[in-house]
Design a protein around this ligand. Structure first.
Ligand code: NAD
Ligand code: IPM
Ligand code: MN
Length: 363
C-alpha cells in the first residue's frame, strides 16, 4: 500500500475551515482504494503562531517539509501581522525554496457554475493559466532609500532570468502540445522595456521549437478586457507571476467565483514537494462563521490526486463538484445558498460515494 505523506498548513482565517473539508474528501477517496492512503501531518504555522513565537514557521520548517510528498495549504495572512511578513515568511518562501515554479490555475466554468459574464457559453470559459511562480515581479528585491526624507525613493526590482523564463514558457508549450490547444502569452512590453521585452523574445524563441502549437500574444491590459469580452479566444495561457496573480482572480470571477478557484504549485522535477491550495486568501470578513466555500480547496485536492497519478479519482472529485453545482441545493452564501462549509463538503462526499456505488465512474 502506497502511503502519501501530506503536510497540512491550514494557516489563517478560513484556511483551517476549508482545508479540513478537503482532508475529509481526500480520506474518502483513499478509503475507496486499497492501493493507497494519505498520512496527514498538521503544522500550526501562520499568524497565530507568529503572535506566539515571533515567526511564521519553525526554524527547521523547510527542512521538515522536504520529507513530505505534498503540501496542502489553506491561506496565509491575517490582520495583525503585516502581509509582507506573513506571506514572505511562509507561502512565498515555500514556493521559492521548493522551486515550485509552475502555478497551474484552471479558469474553467464547471457545469452548474454561474459566470458573471453575459452572452457566453459554458464551453467558452475554459482557460488554463500557467503562471510563473518563483521570480519576476515577486523576486523580493529592492531598496528603500532616504526613508522618511523628502527625496525618499523606493525600488522594487523584477527579476526575469533566462533559466526561469525559458522553463515556464517551455512547460506551457509542452502542456499546450499535450492538450492539443493553443498557447497565449500575456506580457506588457510596451511599458516594461526590459522584463517584458525579454519575456516576449524568449516566448518567440521557444515557439520555434513547437511549430505544431498555435500561439497568440497579448498585452496584459487588453488581455484583461478580452477575458471578460471574449474569453473563448484563450486556451492555455502563460504569464508572469504578478500578471498571473491578478488575472486568475479575474478568472475566478468569470468562472464561478473565488470560492471555487484552485491552484497547484508544482515543482516539475519532483525533487521537492509540490503544494496545493485554493487561490483565495484567509477572508477575514467571513472567518469563523462556518460559511466559507470549501469547493476551491476540494478542487485543489483533486489536482493533488491528478499529480499523484490518480487522474480518475481527480476527475471523480471534480465531477462530484459539478453534480453539486447542478443540483444547486447545498451551496454556501457566496454562491447564493445558505449551507455551511461542512454541509457542502458532506454532500460532495455523499456524491462521491453514490458515484462509486452506482458505477457511474470507473476507477
Ligand atoms: P480573500 O481572497 O481572502 O477575500 C476576498 C473576498 O472573497 C472576501 O470578501 C472573502 O470573503 C471572499 N472569499 C474568499 N474566499 C472565499 C471562500 N472560500 N468562500 C467565500 N468567500 C470567499 O482576499 P483578501 O481579503 O484580499 O485577503 C485576505 C488575506 O489573505 C490577506 O492577508 C492576504 O494577503 C491573504 N491572501 C492569502 C492568500 C494565500 O494564502 N494563498 C491568497 C490571497 C490573499
Ligand atoms: C495568491 C496570493 C499570493 C500571491 C499572495 C498572498 C502573496 O494572492 O496565491 O494568489 O500573490 O501569489
Ligand atoms: Mn492572488
Amino acid at each position: 500500500m502506497k502511503n502519501y505523506k501530506i503536510a497540512v498548513i491550514a494557516g489563517d482565517g478560513i484556511g483551517p475551515e476549508v482545508i479540513g473539508e478537503g482532508v475529509k474528501v481526500l480520506n474518502k477517496v483513499a478509503a475507496m482504494d486499497s492501493g493507497f492512503r494519505f498520512d496527514f501531518t498538521y503544522f500550526p504555522w501562520g499568524c497565530e503562531f507568529y503572535a506566539k513565537h515571533g515567526k511564521m514557521m519553525d526554524d527547521n520548517g523547510i527542512e521538515t517539509l522536504k520529507e513530505f510528498d505534498a503540501i496542502y495549504l489553506g491561506a496565509v495572512g491575517f490582520p495583525g501581522v503585516p502581509d509582507h511578513i506573513s506571506l514572505w515568511d511562509l507561502l512565498l518562501r515555500i514556493r521559492k525554496e521548493f522551486k515550485q515554479y509552475v502555478n497551474i490555475r484552471p479558469v474553467q466554468l464547471l457545469k452548474g457554475a454561474k459566470t458573471s459574464l453575459v452572452d457566453v457559453k459554458r464551453e467558452d470559459i475554459n482557460l488554463l493559466f500557467i503562471r510563473e511562480n518563483t521570480e519576476g515581479e515577486y523576486a523580493g528585491a529592492g531598496e528603500w532609500l532616504f526613508k522618511g526624507q523628502p527625496n525618499e525613493v523606493v525600488l522594487q526590482n523584477s527579476v526575469f532570468s533566462r533559466k526561469g523564463t525559458e522553463r515556464i514558457i517551455r512547460y506551457a508549450f509542452e502542456t499546450a502540445r499535450k492538450e492539443g490547444r493553443s498557447l497565449t502569452s500575456i506580457s506588457k512590453a510596451n511599458a516594461l522595456n526590459y522584463s517584458m521585452v525579454f519575456w516576449d523574445q524568449v516566448f518567440e524563441e521557444i515557439s520555434a521549437e513547437y511549430p505544431d502549437v498555435e500561439t497568440a500574444s497579448y498585452l496584459v491590459d487588453a488581455a484583461a478586457m478580452l477575458m471578460v469580452k471574449d474569453p473563448k479566444r484563450f486556451e492555455v495561457v502563460v504569464t508572469s507571476n504578478l500578471f498571473g496573480d491578478i488575472l486568475t482572480d479575474l478568472g475566478a470571477a468569470i468562472a464561478g467565483g473565488i470560492g471555487l478557484a484552485a491552484g497547484a504549485n508544482i515543482n516539475p522535477e519532483r525533487k521537492y514537494p509540490s503544494m496545493f491550495e485554493p487561490i483565495h486568501g484567509s477572508a477575514p470578513d467571513i472567518a469563523g462563521k462556518g460559511i466559507a466555500n470549501p469547493l476551491a480547496s476540494i478542487w485543489s485536492a483533486s489536482q493533488m490526486l491528478d499529480f499523484f497519478g490518480y487522474e480518475s479519482y481527480g476527475k471523480q472529485v471534480l465531477d462530484a463538484i459539478e453534480e453539486l453545482l447542478i443540483e444547486s441545493k447545498i451551496l454556501t452564501p457566496d454562491m447564493g445558498g445558505t449551507a455551511s462549509t461542512s454541509e457542502v463538503a458532506d454532500r460532495i462526499i455523499d456524491l462521491i460515494d453514490t458515484r462509486i456505488s452506482v458505477g457511474k465512474i470507473s476507477v
